[in-house]
Design a protein around this ligand. Structure first.
Ligand SMILES: [Zn+2]
Length: 419
């Protein structure tokens, strides 16, 4: 067996073992705290809600294991199992240009993969979310979403892929620099265009109109120097009763979005506090920082891809007979997650750091007690567990566990150091 085949298989095995181990830790930890609501939440969360959150979390973790097995099986079938090779031979048979063959292979593989994952998407929405009372999606909406997403991939994804493959084929040794510039421009355009043009294809966005809130919100926005198209409410309830709030976009298109479902369960004070938290993300430049980081990572990624593309062993050790730009791109996109999985805790940690910063900002600019009660509402209504396993959380969580966020908010209030 080739050296890189052994390395690849070892990383696949290691990542599967770590994922299963973390999943089991999380289930055990949640079950261990099943009987009682954690003391800090005893007067805010009922035992029934606590049980619902535990059952919901564990069900998702168990389904996650099947998905992991399914995805790993297909990763191996496409690569070492000869799946890409088979598609290659099929498309080479038509004797199209290298560019068209490449688009054909990548597009047909993506299509087959999406079809293979559809049963999980259906099961998640219409069985799990339904069982726990979250699902509001009709089959019609679900199908329409599928059609719209596919159309977007064809209209936006295929030209991007074609340009990328063209650069890889034609732009000489420095193709990866141009490809990186293309990728960064694309990312910037998407961050700018997503809130204004793409998200509205799936949901309705309305200006937040509530006279009692309006004045307070305007004041807060002004105090924080936030110039934007304002605060929006999205009809998330069309698909699910999960609630959230987020900050998105930049330039004139930046906006803060509240789910209608969240807004329903929050008081005016709580809305103001959540808004202050989202403004914290803006004031601390979190979108710009993430963009800088991802531009550095994609720069390294393209350099690595350029090197791998020139290396014959890269193809042969992953079950591909004919070296080509499209096979290099495809293999790279498929196998990289196996390796980057092990550095994902660093990105989760950065995200949690940003959440703490946004909380600190909210603390200085609104009532921290309202933020705490909004958080408790959010955890209860979304059936998020209050008792995550610390190692599982360290690996995956983009937000610090509720108890830690609340403790921190309280300790800042009592004059303690935020660190
Ligand atoms: Zn946040």
């Amino acid at each position: 067996m080739l050296l890189f085949t052994t390395i690849f298989l070892s990383f696949v095995a290691a990542s599967v073992i770590v994922r299963l181990w973390l999943s089991q830790r999380q289930i055990n930890h949640i079950q261990h705290h099943y009987a009682q609501v954690p003391a800090a939440f005893a007067d805010k969360i009922s035992l029934e809600d606590h049980h619902r959150a535990a059952d919901y979390s564990c069900t998702k973790l168990r389904v996650g294991r099947f998905m992991l097995a399914w995805e790993t099986l297909w990763l191996l079938l496409w690569t070492l199992g000869g799946g890409i090779n088979l598609l290659d031979h099929l498309w080479y048979g038509y004797e199209y240009s290298a560019l068209l063959t490449g688009i054909g292979v990548i597009f047909s593989l993506s299509l087959i993969s999406s079809i293979l994952n559809l049963p999980f998407s259906l099961y998640q929405t219409f069985v799990i979310e339904e069982r726990f009372g979250f699902n509001q999606t009709t089959v019609k909406t679900w199908l329409l979403d599928l059609v719209k997403t596919t159309a977007l991939i064809v209209v936006i994804g295929v030209p991007l892929l074609a340009t990328m493959l063209w650069l890889m084929n034609q732009a000489g040794d420095n193709w990866w620099l141009y490809a990186w510039l293309l990728w960064m421009s694309f990312s910037l355009i998407m961050i700018w265009a997503y809130p204004a043009f793409i998200a509205p294809m799936f949901n309705k966005f309305n200006q937040l109109e509530d006279s009692s809130l309006q004045a307070r919100i305007e004041q807060l926005l002004q105090r924080c120097g936030f110039q934007s198209q304002g605060v929006f409410v999205v009809d998330g309830s069309r698909r699910s009763s999960h609630g959230n709030a987020y900050f998105t976009g930049f330039g004139k298109n930046k906006r803060i979005v509240f789910y209608d479902t969240l807004l329903e369960s929050l008081s005016a004070d709580e809305v103001e506090a959540v808004l202050a938290h989202e403004l914290g993300h803006f004031k601390r430049n979190h979108i710009k920082k993430s963009l800088l980081l991802s531009s550095a990572i994609s720069f390294l990624g393209f350099a690595l891809l350029a090197w791998l593309m020139r290396s014959d062993w890269f193809y042969s050790s992953l079950g591909v007979e004919i070296a080509s730009t499209h096979a290099a791109l495809l293999l790279f996109m498929m196998i990289m997650p196996v390796f980057t999985y092990f550095v994902s805790p660093l990105f989760s940690a950065l995200s949690r750091k940003h959440e703490f910063e946004a909380d600190e900002f909210a603390h200085s600019n609104s009532d921290y007690r309202a933020l705490i009660s909004a958080l408790v509402n959010l955890y209860r209504d979304n059936a998020s567990t209050l008792t995550p396993d610390p190692i599982h959380s360290m690996f995956y969580d983009s937000h610090p566990p509720a108890s830690i966020r609340i403790n921190r908010l309280e300790s800042i209030a009592s004059g303690g150091s935020p660190n």
